[in-house]
Design a binder for this molecule. Sequence first.
Ligand code: SAM
Length: 385
Amino acid sequence: MAQDVNNFFEEQKDWSRRKLAIVGSYLAGFSKILGNRSFQQCVYFIDGFAGAGQYKDGSKGSPLLSAELAFRYQNEQKPYRINCINIEENEDNFQNLVSVTAPFNGLVVNYSGTFSANLDLILNQIGNCPGLFFIDPFGVKGLDWVDIMKITHRRAPTDLWIRFDHRNVRRLSGFFDSGSRGADSKFQNLQNLYGVHRPDILSQLLHGNTAEERINKALNLYVRNLEEEFIKSRNTGYSAAFPIVSLGGETKYHLVFAAAHQKAAMLASKTVYSAERNRTLERQDYLQKKSGQLFLFSPEPTEDEFFVFIVEQLRSDIVRLCAGQQLSREEVFMLLIQDNGKKWFGRFSDKHLNSALTLLESEKTPIIQSKNGPNSKDKTIFTFR
Ligand SMILES: C[S@@+](CC[C@H](N)C(=O)[O-])C[C@H]1O[C@@H](n2cnc3c(N)ncnc32)[C@H](O)[C@@H]1O
């Protein structure tokens, strides 16, 4: 990991681009929905581990992308504005951040120091405005549960995207009772991440017989805690994780999403789907360039075949989840992205769902017995056989 940290801003990797595409396009959707409400004219984007703003290869980092979006909205005279707040601990990165965001004076504020040390001040500054928090640390150090709780307990609309480094969690969990030098303080980082005081309890919660089981447990525990925290403070909550996979096929980390509102959960799932939809083609292109070969007979399904496959899977899950009920399209969407370890999160589009609903009403013995609007409208109520 040390090498990652030192070289991070030399060149933007494909998986970093992937992460930024998701968060950037979510910010656009989030600000459009919340900024358009007549009582809210501003939304905040809080980039808690902001970085240098720009990579040495010229690629834009999250603070520059958010500033550009805020600037575009200002120029287009949108009825709402995005205010960007960046926090960066490293002095060199901070200097760079200040210089690349200087042209966006008035739209961007940069704070030097740690996320944790600046959080109270920032929460005070954003008051009751909607806030989207992007928490993108290296590893898990500095990503403390006490801070996350301050965010989830806000009264205003509050959404989170967190980079969850499952590999780092796994590595650190090996320090429990290891007796090696510095082991306790390494494990303490994990206790801070989860907000669990007793190391033995946390170690038990993370225990698994295989590497895969341990990763799933670590991730699920975090996602569940986030969701429960929102439910405690706002009565509703949703959280899910999506793997960020490099073009080389390696799962680099997970992006964890959390929010109180179900509209936010739906937006997040759709955003991930549309940001990731070209992944298969990009991967083929990558493998081709890497091997120097042209794959004329690709084993990958075509786009149409893949579309039909997703629609059929959705269809059978809708039958299982909705039988005998009257539900709105929005409720069907939510049931799907909550089902079975949230496997549908980020994996389908509106078009897929509309087609699955059409299938369900056009069968010999239709599963959808009646409806009061078009398949594409969130408020349409369906009666399922
Ligand atoms: C992965 S980079 C962020 C990249 C950035 N989001 C982007 O996509 O352009 C993480 C950054 O967090 C900074 N950092 C590390 N610990 C921090 C902390 N406790 N508080 C704030 N920033 C921190 C690091 O110096 C580094 O610049």
